[in-house]
Design a protein around this ligand. Structure first.
Ligand code: NKO
Length: 195
């Protein structure tokens, strides 16, 4: 049964809500503009708030729902994070789009919220505080996902969970490698331009 949930999570994670919501709202395909990333940040830039909202919500639910089902089945932390990783990998390397997906931020957040809602909210607060300070979406995600494994280890003391979360963080950093260069160069996009 847990194996089945892991596979299901991968196929669900592979569905791009950025591509689907932009298509349904008659907006530009986010994979062709800006950062070319099918994620809420790039959708907000080129397709507006409504499409960005659905993208964020959909990508979050792809991580949240499978892990919440795992919780209902009383799976161990090790199995739960395996289910979460499967959903996350689906989003980042989707089977339906030639394995070219997103950066994994919203789906990781859904996984965090399902693993432990309180810790998930603390991760969101970390993102919000970073966003208020730096005004950069990618940097805020990089800070939040770096701290998430530590928060969870503090609360659960599960090494399986910690190692799985570190893998998610490592993949998010890898997917943000061009963002990291632009952050260092000072050329990364701001969330809101105050000019
Ligand atoms: O286009 O390369 P880009 O600038 O878009 O995108 C960089 C970005 C990619 O990720 C996304 C996903 C959407 C993030 C918006 C977050 C909204 C507020 C909720 C808090 C999220 C916190 C958690 C992060 C943990 C990983 O990075």
């Amino acid at each position: 049964m847990p194996y089945f949930l892991v596979i299901l999570a991968y196929f669900l994670g592979s569905v791009s809500t950025a591509v689907i919501s932009c298509k349904m709202l008659g907006k530009v395909d986010p994979r062709t503009v800006g950062s070319k990333n099918p994620g809420a940040t790039n959708v907000l830039r080129y397709a507006g708030k409504k499409a960005a909202f659905f993208t964020l919500l959909g990508d979050l639910l792809k991580g949240l729902v499978p892990v919440a089902i795992g919780h209902a089945l009383d799976l161990s932390w090790g199995w739960l994070i395996l289910v979460g990783i499967a959903a996350f990998i689906g989003h980042v390397y989707p089977i339906y789009y030639g394995f070219k997906g997103g950066k994994g931020v919203a789906t990781a957040l859904g996984v965090y919220l399902a693993l432990n809602p309180i810790v998930g909210i603390v991760v969101i607060l970390t993102w919000l505080i970073s966003a208020l300070v730096f005004n950069i979406s990618s940097l805020s995600a990089l800070i939040a996902t770096l701290l998430a494994p530590l928060y969870f280890f503090w609360v659960t003391s599960s090494l399986d969970l910690f190692l799985g979360l570190v893998l998610i963080t490592a993949i998010i950093y890898w997917r943000h490698r061009t963002n990291i260069v632009e952050i260092i160069d000072g050329t990364e996009d701001k969330i809101s331009e105050k000019k």
